[in-house]
Design a protein. Structure first.
Length: 288
């Protein structure tokens, strides 16, 4: 029997689909169903490719195409993030930063605004951008909007010095699109390199430098391999401290502060079952 050819995932672009501009509105229920189904099929395709099963991957790709493909998925994704649907996750971040808005404004007045890197950006007009408190750099795997640079965060050149680093990084519904647990761990570790070691001013030390992380709530509330305690342990091992957290029915929001001046050596975390049951999802983060 011939040995299957192994096809490795070369980048995150095989896990998270590109963005396109929305063309028509769809209902909230249809939006959720399309996103959930597409996400499941993309993970199945990525797993098939990783296993070297090109035939199965092709079949799944055909299923995705029959459901409208990437364009339908992106229309649903963008629709879900409109203000009418309450989907702009950066509004939560701005609420958390409200106590230090005067300090952020002072930095803007001095011509030294806090720098933000928004990974997986879908819009140039979210709450953070409208606040005019940040110098925002937006990137996405396949940008189709002005103001969003087409770039894979995992292939972004490493910072040469502090000028290439950021005061805050936003990973809103990005980590869950990475197709494998090891890749998710690598992404979290990589954020440390792109964050500055000290806050832009002493008064901002409670919040910055920080990582704004948003995940679907079931990733931590209904996963076989992940719960809030394990996520907190992983983040602590990286040198992050939890500043804020909000759990809604659909999403979980975190603001993590980078406490260590240098990236920490990752403590190994394996994919180990924490909850049993057929209704659980398989979201996991592996640190090697």
């Amino acid at each position: 029997m011939a040995k299957k050819r192994t096809t490795k995932l070369k980048s995150l672009s095989q896990g998270r689909p590109p963005t396109v501009k929305p063309q028509r509105s769809i209902s909230s229920k249809a939006t959720r169903t399309l996103i959930r189904t597409h996400h499941t099929l993309e993970k199945q395709k990525a797993r098939a490719l990783a296993d070297g099963d090109d035939t199965k991957a092709a079949i799944i790709a055909k299923q995705i195409e029959l459901q409208g493909g990437i364009e339908s998925y992106q229309r649903a994704s963008l629709t879900g993030q409109t203000n009418e649907r309450g989907g702009d996750s950066s509004k939560i971040l701005m609420e958390w930063l409200e106590p230090v808005v005067p300090l952020l404004n002072d930095l803007v007045t001095k011509g030294q605004p806090s720098r933000m890197l928004e990974v997986g950006a879908l819009s140039v007009s979210n709450a953070c951008s409208r606040s005019r408190l940040f110098d925002v750099e937006r990137i996405d795997l396949n940008s189709q909007a002005d103001g969003i640079k087409q770039q894979d965060f995992m292939e972004r050149p490493l910072p040469l010095d502090g000028k290439d680093q950021f005061d805050i990084i936003s990973l809103s519904l990005v980590l869950n699109y990475v197709p494998d647990p090891v890749g998710r761990g690598k992404m979290l570790l990589r954020t440390l390199t792109f964050l500055k070691s000290v806050p832009p001013s002493e008064g901002l030390a409670t919040f910055l430098p920080g990582l704004f992380l948003v995940l679907p709530a079931p990733c931590v509330t209904n996963s076989r391999y992940m719960d809030e305690a394990k996520l907190e342990s992983i983040m602590k091992s990286l040198g992050y401290a939890e500043v804020k957290k909000k759990l809604s029915n659909k999403l979980v929001y975190y603001l993590w502060r980078k406490d260590s001046p240098k990236p920490q050596r990752a403590v190994p975390f394996k994919k180990e079952e924490l909850r049993s049951g057929g209704s659980r999802n398989n979201f996991a983060i592996v640190m090697k």
